[in-house]
Design a protein around this ligand. Structure first.
Ligand code: IPE
Ligand code: IPE
Ligand code: MG
Length: 248
C-alpha cells in the first residue's frame, strides 16, 4: 500500500496529516493576482497568467493528495465590473488554459466540470469548456469545477426560478430540494475553503453550499500558492472541530 503513495501523500503524512480524513471537497478563492503583479510593476493580466500556472500545480497536488472535489473561483458574476480590457483578457486566458490543460487533465483522470451562467460567456470559452467536459466525462479521478461567471446569489435565484417553473408546492420546498436545483446538485458541500491574499470575506462564493465550510486564509497572493500552502490548510482543517450547530 505504502509503495503506491504519491510523493505529496508521503509529505503530508510526515507533516502529521491523516490521509483518511482529508476534506472531501475543497473550494478555493484564488485572489491577489492583480496586487501580485502590481508589486512587481507589471500589468494585472500578467498576474492572472501566473495565477493560471499556480492553478495547474494546485489541481495536480490536490488530485495526488487524494481530494475528490476541487472547485475554484476563476471569475465572479461581479467581475464584469472590471475594465473591459481585463475582462476580455481573463476570458481568453481561461479559454486558452482550458484548451492547453485538457490533455494533461485527461491523462490524470481529472473530470472537468463547470459552475456559473455558462450561456453568458463568449462562444469560444463556452466551446472550450463544453469540449473539455465531454472529453473527461467518464474520468473517475478528482472532479475539478471551474466557477466562471459564478455568483452565489445568482445560483440561488436560478434555483428558485427552476422550482417555480416546475410548479412545486410551497409545502414541498426543503433545503434538500433547493440543493438539488443548484448548478452542481450531485456534489457534496465544500468542507474547506481556502482564500489567498488575506481578505476575510466570501465574495459571493458557494453561499448555500458553504454554510458550514471551514475557512482558511493566507496572506500570500494566489500566484505564490504552493504545495506547502495546501498542506498547511489541510493540516489546520484536521485540527478544527466541526459542530454543525450541535454540542460536541
Ligand atoms: C483574483 O485576483 C482573480 C480574479 C478575481 C479574476 P484579483 O484580480 O482579484 O487580484 P487583486 O485582488 O486585485 O489583487
Ligand atoms: C473573488 O475575488 C472572485 C474571484 C477570485 C474570481 P474578488 O477580487 O473579485 O473579490 P472582492 O472584490 O475583493 O470581494
Ligand atoms: Mg481580488
Amino acid at each position: 500500500m505504502d509503495t503506491k503513495l504519491k510523493k505529496i501523500q508521503v509529505q503530508a503524512q510526515e507533516q502529521g496529516i491523516d490521509l483518511e480524513t482529508l476534506p472531501h471537497h475543497l473550494a478555493i478563492i484564488m485572489d491577489g493576482n492583480g496586487r501580485w503583479a502590481k508589486k512587481k510593476g507589471w500589468q494585472r493580466l500578467l498576474g492572472h497568467r501566473e495565477g493560471y500556472k499556480a492553478l495547474r500545480g494546485a489541481l495536480l497536488n490536490a488530485s495526488d493528495l487524494g481530494i475528490k472535489y476541487l472547485t475554484v473561483y476563476a471569475f465572479s458574476a461581479e467581475n464584469w465590473r472590471r475594465p473591459s480590457e481585463e475582462v476580455e483578457g481573463l476570458m481568453s486566458l481561461i479559454e486558452k488554459a482550458t484548451r492547453e490543460e485538457l490533455r494533461i487533465m485527461h491523462t490524470n483522470n481529472v473530470r472537468l466540470n463547470f459552475s456559473g451562467r455558462i450561456e453568458e460567456l463568449p462562444a469560444g470559452l463556452r466551446d472550450a469548456l463544453e469540449t473539455g467536459m465531454e472529453m473527461t466525462a467518464n474520468n473517475t479521478g478528482i472532479v475539478f469545477t471551474l466557477a466562471v461567471n459564478y455568483g452565489g446569489r445568482a445560483e440561488i435565484v436560478d434555483a428558485v426560478k427552476d422550482l417555480i417553473a416546475a410548479e412545486f408546492d410551497p409545502e414541498d420546498i426543503t433545503e434538500e430540494l433547493i440543493s438539488a436545483h443548484l448548478y452542481n446538485p450531485h456534489q457534496p458541500d465544500p468542507d474547506l475553503m481556502i482564500r489567498t491574499a488575506g481578505e476575510m470575506r466570501w465574495s459571493n462564493f458557494l453561499l448555500f453550499q458553504g454554510a458550514y465550510c471551514e475557512l482558511w486564509v493566507t496572506q500570500d497572493p494566489w500566484p505564490e500558492f504552493s504545495k506547502q500552502h495546501l498542506l498547511a490548510a489541510v493540516k489546520e482543517f484536521q485540527r478544527r472541530t466541526r459542530k454543525f450547530g450541535a454540542v460536541v
